[in-house]
Design a protein around this ligand. Structure first.
Ligand SMILES: [Zn+2]
Length: 199
């Protein structure tokens, strides 16, 4: 980025901090912003400030929300006795879009990754336990990601809730609909056999 005037360099530097954005892409984005209308540039800056000012975590489930409680927690038609535990808000949104779940959620904001220094205290686990006890929750569905960290987190939650009067299940992992078994990776195939159900 040598040769660019200081304000452009600064913008490139800031944009390079985004995940998956290298210096080349950051430069392209910066030049795009430079050529945008004043109005569009202001809208972008304003929208960035807006998410920082207006968005906070729902005090019940820790989903991102603009209002006091999130939309799911404030909806009286949702089954408050059933909690689906997810790692991040994007999973919650994906499940909501599938329209297949009428309970509530709990967002952990991460998964166990001891090598990266992420232990149980970094996740909203104590809050989950408190919520289960305080509200006599009957069912927990663990929808952490099907990878090493997600599995470790699921195991920890199951251990944490052992002996409590709550039904615990783990989402099934397996072959995608419309998929072809011979092209499915071995790990997915192994898990889909492990989590098979009676038909
Ligand atoms: Zn909520």
């Amino acid at each position: 980025m040598t040769g660019y005037a200081l304000p452009i360099k600064r913008l490139i530097e800031e944009l390079s901090k985004f995940p998956g954005i290298g210096e080349k892409t950051a430069t392209r984005l910066a030049l795009h912003i430079l050529h945008a209308s004043d109005e569009n540039a202001a809208m972008l800056a304003e929208s960035i400030l807006d998410v920082k000012r207006k968005i906070h975590l729902c005090p019940v489930c820790f989903h991102l929300t603009e209002s006091d409680k999130c939309d799911v927690c404030s909806d009286p038609s949702r089954d408050g006795q059933s909690i689906c535990v997810v790692e991040e808000p994007d999973t919650l949104i994906a499940i909501e879009e599938s329209g297949s779940f009428r309970g509530t959620y709990h967002v952990l904001h991460g998964a166990l990754a001891p090598l990266d220094g992420i232990g149980p205290d970094h996740l909203k686990l104590k809050e989950l336990l408190d919520r289960i006890v305080a509200n006599h929750i009957k069912e927990i569905i663990i929808a952490t990601n099907p990878n090493v960290q997600g599995e470790a987190t699921a195991l920890l939650i199951a251990k944490m809730l052992k002996g409590m009067d709550v039904k615990i299940s783990r989402i099934a992992c397996g072959v995608p609909m419309g998929g072809d078994l011979k092209y499915t990776d071995r790990m997915t195939l192994a898990k889909s056999l492990e989590y098979r159900r009676i038909v």
